[in-house]
Each structure stands twice: as structure tokens, then as C-alpha cells.
Design a protein around this ligand. Structure first.
Ligand code: 5GP
Ligand code: MG
Length: 306
């Protein structure tokens, strides 16, 4: 039976890592890099947890978890070592959990690296496509927060109306699915598809799937993933106006303003995006990467489409 005085059960600040963290193992540095990549804040070995005490009540055994992630309120202990050492670590971990039941701590095995990636970032692409993305630009958390804000603003602006949300396939799929659930109005929704092609007399836009609903006399909000030169949007606005809605406004998650050619009026904008080729959260590169839960920058050699 453990008999512990409550006063002993206080983790102590680990002062060995003042300033720059000195990683004890290369895998820790690698892991910190992964956390940075995902925009998850971390602190290296911030606290030591006394686990055993000697006769003079001094801590005789302590455990110092490798990382603390404030966003997840989670301590992580990395282990890539021999099974015998892992067993020892597991024993310490059990003791820590018993003594500090409110502490959320996990032991991370090498194979868990990829699981963690899958859970907090790359989703189904966790194992295959990491190297092609140079960095995460907007994390899942940042996007969700922004989408919620936009949904609330639209709900306020369109109070007592029934706007029609229109999406142009396929880039807006994530944005549409998320924002519609933050618009607390009886919205309707429709989709269309267009194709850009270059013919003899320059490039042209063709409707490959038109709207199913009539929008004449309706308040229409065009839900766009990204506006770049603005040429596509400019064309779409002209087309939708010809269908005689009562009003037409644009809601775009990403706005690459620096590259604007056609002067289009965007009522609702999520992020002012840099002039880089972005993928994820619906945006593709040759139909891949749409299912990343964040928006990332594709490595330049991969993004030479535009
Ligand atoms: P715009 O006509 O404004 O130049 O281009 C808009 C369209 O180009 C978007 O709907 C999107 O399909 C594509 N696009 C522009 N920038 C990006 C980007 O950074 N990533 C991806 N995946 N598509 C983009
Ligand atoms: Mg598009």
C-alpha cells in the first residue's frame, strides 16, 4: 500500500532546460519538429514528478515527461528503446498515474508517431505524403474557429432570410460542409461544376453541371474555397447575376489578394493567403490532398500547375 503525504505530491519545475531545450535524443528533436509543423505548442521537460521518497522525505525517484502540449493538456513520454527499458518506463508511468490522477500522460512508441500524425494532422495520408508538404499554413483548429466566426456573421447578416448557398465543385467541399452547420438559418444549397479549358481563342469557362434549384429572387451566397486572380469568380458572378437572384454575395475561405487581376468584391473572407500553392481542406493538386484536415503549402516542385 502506498501511503503518501499530500504535500509531497507536487511536481517540481525542471530547471535543467532553461532557455533552449537540449534534446536528450534525436527522436525528440524530430518529434518537436513534427509538433511545430502541426502548429501544436510544446514545452520540453517542464516538470519532474516525484514518485518515491527516501527516509528524509526527499524525492528518491522522479519522472520527467519529455513533452507537455498545452493545447491538448497532455504530457508525452517518447520511447524508442529496448523492450526491457520500456517495461521499466511503464512501471514508472503506472506509478505516476496513481499518484497524480489528474495528469494526462501518454507513452509514445515509435509506431505511435504515425498514429499521432493521422490523428492530429494528415488524416488518411499520414504515412504516404508528408514529405511533399513543406508546412502547415492554417491548422485544423484555426480553420474551424474561422469557419465558425464566418457562419455566425452570415447568420446575423441574413437574419429572417433563407439564403441559398452555392458551391462550385470540388474545392469548396470541406468549407461548405463545415460552414453550413454554423449558419443558424433555414438555408438551401446547390452545386455547380465548371471547367477551364484553353482553346484557340484563349481560355474559356464552360458549365459542366448547372444548378438544380432556381435562384431567381433569392439571396445567394457563393461559397468559394480560394480566390486567386479572381477571373473564375468574376465569370461566376456574371453567370449567377444572369439568373436574377435578389442579392449575391461572396464568401471565400482563402483570398490570395496579391495575385488579383479581376477586381471582385468579396463580402466574407476567412484568411488573406500568401502567394503560394495551397492544398488540403478541399484544395487539390492533381486531385490529391483534398482530404488533409489543414491547409498546407505544397513544395514548389510539386505545385508548378499555376
Ligand atoms: P482564379 O480564377 O481566382 O485565379 O482561380 C481560382 C481557382 O484556382 C480556385 O477555385 C482553385 O481551383 C484554383 N486555385 C487558385 N489558387 C490555388 C491554390 O493555391 N491551390 C489550389 N489547390 N488551387 C488553387
Ligand atoms: Mg474553385
Amino acid at each position: 500500500m502506498l501511503e503518501i503525504e499530500p504535500s509531497r505530491l507536487t511536481p517540481v519545475p525542471n530547471t535543467a532546460n532553461g532557455g533552449q531545450p537540449k534534446f536528450a535524443h534525436p527522436s525528440e528533436r524530430e518529434f518537436a519538429r513534427i509538433l511545430d509543423f502541426y502548429g501544436l505548442r510544446w514545452i520540453y521537460e517542464p516538470l519532474s514528478f516525484p514518485l518515491e521518497w527516501d527516509d528524509s522525505q526527499r524525492a528518491a525517484q522522479m519522472m520527467t515527461p519529455d513533452f507537455y502540449l498545452p493545447d491538448l493538456d497532455l504530457y508525452l513520454e517518447l520511447t524508442t528503446m529496448k523492450q526491457s527499458l520500456v517495461t521499466q518506463k511503464n512501471r514508472k508511468l503506472r506509478k505516476l498515474r496513481q499518484l497524480y490522477p489528474d495528469i494526462n500522460i501518454k507513452l509514445l512508441y515509435r509506431k505511435d508517431f504515425h498514429r499521432l500524425l493521422a490523428k492530429f494532422g494528415f488524416g488518411p495520408l499520414a504515412e504516404s505524403d508528408i514529405p511533399r508538404i513543406s508546412r502547415v499554413l492554417y491548422t485544423e483548429r484555426q480553420i474551424q474557429q474561422k469557419v465558425q466566426e464566418l457562419g455566425r456573421t452570415i447568420s446575423r447578416d441574413y437574419a429572417r432570410r433563407r439564403p441559398v448557398l452555392i458551391g462550385v465543385q470540388r474545392g469548396m467541399v470541406c468549407f461548405m460542409a463545415d460552414i453550413m452547420r454554423h449558419v443558424s438559418l433555414p438555408v438551401r444549397m446547390d452545386f455547380m461544376s465548371i471547367s477551364n479549358y484553353s482553346g484557340e481563342d484563349g481560355s474559356d469557362i464552360e458549365i459542366t453541371k448547372g444548378l438544380d434549384l432556381s435562384i431567381e429572387g433569392d439571396d445567394v451566397i457563393l461559397i468559394e474555397d480560394i480566390v486567386d486572380t479572381g477571373m473564375t469568380l468574376n465569370w461566376l458572378i456574371g453567370y449567377l447575376r444572369s439568373l436574377r437572384p435578389a442579392s449575391l454575395e461572396i464568401c471565400a475561405l482563402l483570398d490570395k489578394r496579391a495575385r488579383r487581376i479581376a477586381d471582385v468584391d468579396i463580402r466574407y473572407t476567412g484568411f488573406d493567403a500568401p502567394d503560394e500553392f495551397l492544398v488540403g481542406y478541399g484544395l487539390d493538386h492533381m486531385e490529391t490532398y483534398r482530404n488533409l484536415p489543414f491547409v498546407g503549402v505544397l513544395k514548389p516542385e510539386e505545385g508548378s500547375r499555376k
